[in-house]
Design a protein around this ligand. Structure first.
Ligand SMILES: [Zn+2]
Length: 314
């Protein structure tokens, strides 16, 4: 009994020290230093949406460090406690096991799980070249596993944007009009981007693209392309000789001009394969993290340009 009471006291002490003015703020339980709503996103595209929808009223942090590969993120006890203290947690269940565990453990009051909003597809349904003989340590390619990468299809983003706006409004009702307006503006940008992809990929000499990271199933599904994946996500995992031979056959049969790789994991396999086949290697970014001035839209436009070159689109 003593220890329970002591723990409660320790938990209360920092709150008692806060300035009284905080009691009147929009989000009384805010973990941010100011009176903004503290949003904790699990990785970049979700963070980007929360920032755009929340605007000045929110402070958004990400559990995945900038520029880091989010698939195998691990959380420190301090990060788990940030999940507990956030006013709103935005994540994608089934994508990052450590985040799923932290959410289950802390049971935050306000959560947006993108998997509740998006009708996620399995790899087989996406026109993805599946290769069940290869074991992927990151849960990507197990038979029938859901593909997490919905954000690479811009037409899927508005449903998620609206869910974030609705939950922010539940946390901070005074900001509801702002959140709705920001969501509408952001959704217009996603709709524009979707139209640019539709137009830009409508007429191409090839519709098959080869990529090291099989992240582009939703993109392929939306724009009637065919993704051929070389290996799983683990930068240290070498694809089997059998898989490499199969990809080489597809490259020759379909006249593939480019092997795509991503910046957050080693391009070694993709570069070696491209060199062996005498074709190009180029970046196709799964938008799982950003560096420098890049953001979701700038990377998506870079990806479209890269696909148009590789597929000889007119
Ligand atoms: Zn991925």
């Amino acid at each position: 009994m003593f220890s329970t009471g002591r723990r409660a006291l320790l938990r209360l002490a920092p709150l008692a020290a806060l300035p009284v003015v905080l009691a009147g703020c929009a989000a009384g339980s805010s973990a941010a230093d100011d009176d903004t709503v503290a949003v904790l996103a699990s990785f970049y595209p979700l963070q980007f949406v929360a920032e755009q929808v929340g605007g000045d009223r929110v402070t958004v942090d990400s559990l995945t460090p900038p520029g880091a590969e989010p698939h195998d993120v691990e959380l420190s006890p301090a990060q788990v406690s940030r999940v507990d203290r956030a006013d709103l947690v935005v994540y994608l269940s089934g994508f990052q096991a450590a985040v799923d565990d932290a959410v289950a453990q802390t049971a935050p009051e306000h959560v947006v799980d993108a998997a509740d909003v998006e009708d996620l597809l399995t790899l087989e349904q996406e026109g993805t070249e599946s290769h069940a003989d290869e074991v992927d340590e990151h849960g990507h390619e197990e038979g029938g596993a859901l593909d997490p990468h919905f954000w690479l299809d811009p037409s899927r983003m508005p449903a998620f944007v609206d869910a974030v706006a609705a939950e922010l409004s539940a946390v901070d009702p005074e900001g509801a009009d702002d959140y709705a307006a920001n969501a509408e503006a952001l959704n217009a940008r996603f709709e524009d981007l979707d139209q640019r992809y539709q137009d830009g990929l409508a007429t191409c000499e090839s519709r098959t693209f080869v990529t090291s990271h099989e992240a582009f199933g939703y993109l392929a599904h939306r724009y009637d392309l065919h993704q051929v994946g070389i290996s799983g996500l683990d930068p240290d995992a070498e694809p089997s000789p059998k898989r490499l031979a199969a990809v080489e056959d597809i490259v020759r049969e379909e006249g593939v001009t480019t092997i795509f790789f991503e910046q957050l994991v080693s391009p070694k396999v993709a570069r070696t394969l491209a060199a062996d086949l005498g074709i190009d290697a180029a970046v196709l970014d799964p938008i799982e993290g950003v560096t420098g001035d890049a953001d979701y839209f700038s990377i998506a436009d870079d990806n479209l340009a890269a696909l148009r070159v590789a597929l000889s689109c007119s």
